[in-house]
Design a protein around this ligand. Structure first.
Ligand SMILES: NC(=O)c1ccc[n+]([C@@H]2O[C@H](COP(=O)([O-])OP(=O)(O)OC[C@H]3O[C@@H](n4cnc5c(N)ncnc54)[C@H](O)[C@@H]3O)[C@@H](O)[C@H]2O)c1
Length: 287
């Protein structure tokens, strides 16, 4: 074996997804849309499971205009029959299923006292039950294909609490452990299951506006080790690694992709914020 790695050939080839079929939920906007684009750009044929039919179609058209292959299937990921229909339509169209990205997002903010039971149930249907449904219907097809890769999108909120955000944070924490359990159960079938915890990810347009504005850039990156705002492609590229053969021996893991924000002590962040506000008193109440 060569220590230089030259004997490995072109490792970039392992990032290609030619011949594979992927489902991305909630892919009409922002992170999911970019995941679908990046997977398609590497040769995957992509099904977009999106509740908003218009943005789902737009995302699929965009991929096709860029030379990829995609279609949108109107789907409420919280409904069993609709997730089954998404999987069936994908396999009917493309003949197989190799990749599932559980990304769709809806939640109701509130404390346990404020939240209606229906909002609690709906939040958990989209943030957690949808993952169970996606895996339940997708995995038999992956087993038939000899393996597969699933990525669940959690959040840095899985490990932290903030004000009145009980549905999101509880569900996202469960996503991390759900990932490990499914990875354990289906590892013998060569189905890898991993999880990504994104930090704050604005839309691509918001990212560009933030980075072009000195004050917004300083404030958006104040607590990040890397002095750049997040971009949907940061998450999409991490997803690509986790579904590709480059991560062939990685399963059950959670990768935080946040520009290095959520690793310091709260007191360090608070001190940095206080220093900034001492220099910019006009920004008090805005950051
Ligand atoms: N953007 C961030 O700052 C951020 C940070 C951490 C984690 N995340 C996670 O990343 C994922 C994507 O986030 P985003 O910011 O791109 O979300 P978004 O709200 O911009 O887009 C979510 C998409 O999901 C769709 N959707 C909503 N309910 C659905 C349902 N029942 N069935 C199917 N589709 C549905 C929406 O129509 C929308 O197109 C989510 O899981 C979110 O929790 C986002």
């Amino acid at each position: 074996m060569s220590l230089t790695g030259l004997a490995e050939g072109n490792l970039g080839d392992l990032l290609r997804l030619d011949g594979r079929v992927a489902i991305v939920t909630g892919a009409g906007r922002r992170i999911g849309r970019e995941i679908a684009r990046v997977l398609a750009s590497q040769g995957a044929r992509v099904a977009i499971g999106e509740i908003d039919a218009a943005v789902g179609d737009r995302a699929a058209d965009e991929i096709e205009a860029e030379g990829g292959i995609a279609f949108a299937h109107p789907t409420d990921v919280g409904r069993s029959e609709q997730v089954a229909s998404l999987v069936d339509a994908t396999v009917a169209r493309f003949g197989r299923l190799d990749i599932l990205i559980n990304n769709a997002h809806w939640e109701k903010v509130g404390s346990v006292v404020e939240l209606d039971e229906a909002d609690w149930d709906r939040s958990f249907d989209v943030l957690l039950k949808a993952l169970y449904l996606g895996c339940k219907y997708a995995i038999p097809h992956m087993e038939a294909a000899g393996g597969g890769a699933i990525v669940n999108i959690s959040s840095v909120h899985a490990r932290h609490v903030s004000d009145r955000y009980v549905t999101y944070q509880t569900a996202k924490a469960a996503v991390v452990h759900f990932t490990r359990q499914v990875a354990w159960d289906f590892g013998p079938a060569r189905i890898r299951v991993n999880c990504i915890c994104p930090g704050a990810i604005p839309s691509a347009e918001e990212h560009d506006r933030t980075m072009a504005d000195e004050v917004r850039r300083a404030e958006a990156t104040m607590l990040k080790a890397l002095k750049r705002a997040g971009h949907p492609r940061d998450i999409a590229r991490a997803v690509l690694y986790l579904v590709s053969d480059l991560s062939d021996w990685v399963t059950g893991q959670t990768l935080t992709v946040d520009g290095g924000e959520f690793m310091t002590f709260p007191s360090t962040g608070a001190r940095r914020m206080a220093d900034y506000l001492a220099d910019h008193p006009d920004r008090r109440g805005s950051v």
